[in-house]
Design a protein around this ligand. Structure first.
Ligand SMILES: [Zn+2]
Length: 210
């Protein structure tokens, strides 16, 4: 199978800065906030922040298409919906560089093959661990599953709290944003869409953390 999805790799043309440059940038922001960067408590902070960034944004090094490459066809004719719900989402808003925390529900209707269920969660992470807006994150997850697995339908719903809404700006903690992308049968067939919505709402008792 040869599916080409345009790479979302960052730094188009721009060389990646060195670790020292990244640490210097953190020092600049600390000074901008009013800090004395030479004090003891902050001595190792720039290095820690840069290491945290490697963790927060490791999605740029992941290839979501490759994550879905290994599929299984011995499914005994299984043709019902596969749903992975309440997948923790940790992302960062590309407008303010602060966390977006929530959960995703991912479903598909298999065609002739299925994928290991953990791979769905890894696709969520591969796109979430980048600078994002929730709408684009939702669409990227759904589109990639659709193009690689070629199922009869895909549904992705994300509910998330945005710290740029809760800790700054309008200061509305507790609000959550809900986005969804429905493809194939989930878009065209009312019954399929309703079944998905009822499965994901059947025990939604985990509150969204922000
Ligand atoms: Zn924001």
């Amino acid at each position: 199978m040869n599916i080409h999805i345009p790479s979302e790799k960052l730094s188009k043309g721009a060389a990646k800065p060195s670790r020292a440059e990244a640490e210097a940038a953190v020092r600049t922001l600390l000074r901008w906030a009013g800090e004395d960067v030479s004090r003891e408590g902050l001595r190792d902070t720039p290095a820690r922040v840069v290491r945290s960034y490697e963790e927060f944004f490791n999605g740029y090094d992941e290839d979501p298409v490759a994550l879905l490459a290994r599929t299984f066809e011995e499914i005994e004719g299984y043709d019902e919906m596969v749903v992975l719900r309440d997948i923790r989402v940790e992302s960062h808003c590309e407008h303010h560089m602060v966390p977006i925390i929530g959960r995703a529900h991912v479903a598909y209707l298999p065609g002739t093959r299925v994928v290991g269920i953990s791979k769905l969660a890894r696709v969520v992470d591969a796109y979430a661990h980048r600078f994002q807006i929730q709408e684009k994150l939702t669409a990227q997850i759904a589109n990639t599953i659709n193009e690689v697995l070629q199922p009869r339908g895909v549904a992705v719903m994300i509910e998330a709290g945005h710290q740029c809404m809760s800790t700054r700006g309008v200061h509305k903690p507790g609000s959550s944003m809900v986005t969804s992308r429905m493809l194939g049968a989930f878009r065209d067939d009312q019954a399929t869409r309703k079944e998905f919505l009822s499965i994901i709402s059947s025990r939604s008792c985990v509150s969204v953390e922000t």
